[in-house]
Ligand binder design. Structure first.
Ligand SMILES: O=C(O)CCC(=O)C(=O)O
Ligand SMILES: [Fe+2]
Length: 202
């Protein structure tokens, strides 16, 4: 079934089976996208992520931040994190994303990739704290990057290009059957900011 949005353009599901991925393309003008890129770069409390792997503390090159409706708590590898409360710009973006995707979200995980050396390895976002089969809406500001999905059993891959000011949504059984990845690339020399709006179960 096709989904119709504002100007009656239909959006197709990019996955052939076992999940739903809609790519809306650019949902902001170039000026608006540039504005949000600068705002987020300056006003988000960016931190290098840390994790304990085999007893060793790892610090990621990529920076992250986590915001939400309240100070949600999230623990992994002996580290407990708390969500910060929404900024004005994040609330604006959340409202726009909710309107476009027809879903609601109560938190947002942000990633800052300084250049193409930084990416994210194959994973799925199936944490138990997340709403099962809930939608995850992803905004991109800054550098254009490739994004891949890989089916866990058949291993087939689907490639997308995520533009400056674009919106992507992953929903239904996507996290159960598919992995996704942001590959590193030598071609990209500038930063990319990614926002993933999610629903945490309380
Ligand atoms: O940077 C992206 O586009 C994806 C980030 C991601 O998959 C995640 O934060 O779980
Ligand atoms: Fe992810």
């Amino acid at each position: 079934m096709d989904l119709f949005h504002q100007n009656n353009e239909s959006i197709e599901n990019h996955l052939p089976y076992d999940g739903v991925v809609y790519y809306y393309g650019q949902v902001f003008t170039k000026d608006k996208s540039d504005f949000y890129y600068t705002q987020l770069m300056q006003n988000i409390e960016w931190r290098n992520d840390e994790a304990i792997i085999f007893g060793k503390k790892i610090i990621t090159k990529r920076k992250v931040a986590w915001y939400g409706d309240k100070k949600f708590e999230y623990s992994y590898s002996n580290i407990t994190k708390h969500a910060l409360t929404w900024t004005k710009e994040l609330l604006e973006l959340k409202a726009i994303v909710e309107e476009k995707t027809g879903e609601t979200y109560n938190s947002c995980l942000l990633n800052l990739y300084h250049n193409g050396d930084e990416g994210m390895a194959w994973h799925s976002d199936g944490e138990t704290d997340l709403k099962k089969d809930g939608a995850i809406a992803s905004l991109t500001f800054g550098a254009v990057r490739k994004f891949f999905f890989k089916h866990k059993e058949s291993k087939i891959k689907v490639e997308l290009i995520l533009d400056h000011g674009s919106l992507l949504v992953m929903k239904d059984t996507t996290q159960t059957y598919w992995l996704h990845r942001l590959p590193p690339t030598k071609k990209v020399k500038t930063p990319r900011i990614n926002l993933t709006f999610r629903t945490i179960i309380e």
